[in-house]
Design a protein around this ligand. Structure first.
Ligand code: CUA
Length: 321
């Protein structure tokens, strides 16, 4: 999560601006502090022997004009590349691939309109290609920030903001909501997974597939029963391959992550789990047992599931690859 290791052209441009301003400021700093140090020595109080007072100056038009004009010129010079970067990095190229990014308390939803994919927490993109994040919020102000790929940009309820994202190489980049948005703001995290374009195509094809509807006798069946009978289905969408399962929730009612391909994502709970060094299953168990205890304020309630029900759910969720 550092801005000093840009992994794409947009972050690199911001990094370049930072270093330009840094070095100009460093030169100004050295000159000003150097002048102060010189004056401290040259005009220091030499005790009683130093009878002569330095020449006192009141008002010096040429000097005052100079120290006003020089900083103004420096700021004007800095503003040229800065303002042009602000304008160029704010929009997207018209032909770039769109991914709608929707902020929720406390997780990021990613909707791929052209591909018909809905996913959460991990945004998958092809490397070496500009992606246009078309962003909004479902509830309060959020701010989408992937330091290695771009600066911060607000997600505003009822408005759309754009953020161009591009990664030079395949890789995984961490992100974080950068605007205080309630109790679990700090746990509202994000991942961007950049893949080779061919791998991305394969990922798209996988994500477009529906989930298998478990039938009695299958090891996933009990977990699927927990999902439908214990209330999970009120918030979470799963697209099953069998339309007769009347459990496809319409997007209007959608308010939890789509779980059709839950197990294809390396992280869950707003990309805050599993924690460093924690096993995936142990984290999932902890999460399902008491979500608001793991993510304070979580809208996913404690459903008082038994240990058996949690184990069954994990088996079924694990099959949704
Ligand atoms: Cu969303 Cu902070």
């Amino acid at each position: 999560m550092t801005t000093f290791e840009p992994a794409g052209p947009n972050a690199e441009r911001l990094d370049g601006l930072f270093w330009m301003v840094f070095w100009i400021a460093t030169v100004v700093f050295v000159l000003v502090i150097g002048a102060i140090i010189v004056m401290l020595f040259v005009f220091r109080d030499r005790g009683e022997n130093d009878a002569e007072e330095p020449k006192q100056t009141h008002g010096h038009t040429r000097l005052e004009v100079a120290w006003t004009v020089i900083p103004a010129l420096i700021l004007a010079a800095i503003s040229v590349p800065t303002v042009s970067a602000v304008f160029e990095l704010t929009g997207c190229d018209a032909d770039s691939m769109k991914v709608e990014v929707i902020g929720h308390q406390w997780w990021f939803e990613y909707h791929y309109p052209a591909q018909g994919i809905d996913t959460a927490n991990v945004m998958v993109i092809p490397a070496g290609q500009e992606i246009c994040a078309v962003m909004t919020s479902d509830d309060v102000l959020h701010n989408f920030w992937i330091p290695a790929l771009h600066g911060k940009r607000y997600m505003v309820p009822g408005q759309v903001t754009l953020l161009r994202l591009e990664s030079y190489e395949p890789g995984e980049f961490w992100g974080q909501c950068a605007e205080f948005c309630g109790l679990s703001h700090s746990l509202m995290r994000a991942r961007v997974l950049a893949m080779e374009p061919s791998d991305f195509e394969a990922w798209v094809a996988d994500q477009q597939k529906p989930a298998a509807l478990p039938v009695e006798g299958m090891p996933e069946y009990d977990g699927y029963q927990v999902f439908t009978n214990k209330g999970c289905i009120q918030c979470h969408t799963v697209r099953f391959d069998d339309d007769s399962a009347s459990n496809i929730i319409q997007r209007e009612d959608f308010n939890g992550p789509d779980l059709t391909h839950f197990a294809s994502r390396s992280v869950f709970a707003g990309a805050s789990l599993p924690e460093e060094g924690e096993s995936y299953d142990a984290a999932l168990k902890k999460w399902l047992a008491d979500p608001p205890n793991v993510k304070p304020g979580s809208f996913m309630p404690n459903l008082a599931l038994t240990e058996q029900e949690i184990d069954d759910l994990i088996v079924w969720l694990g099959s949704n690859k």
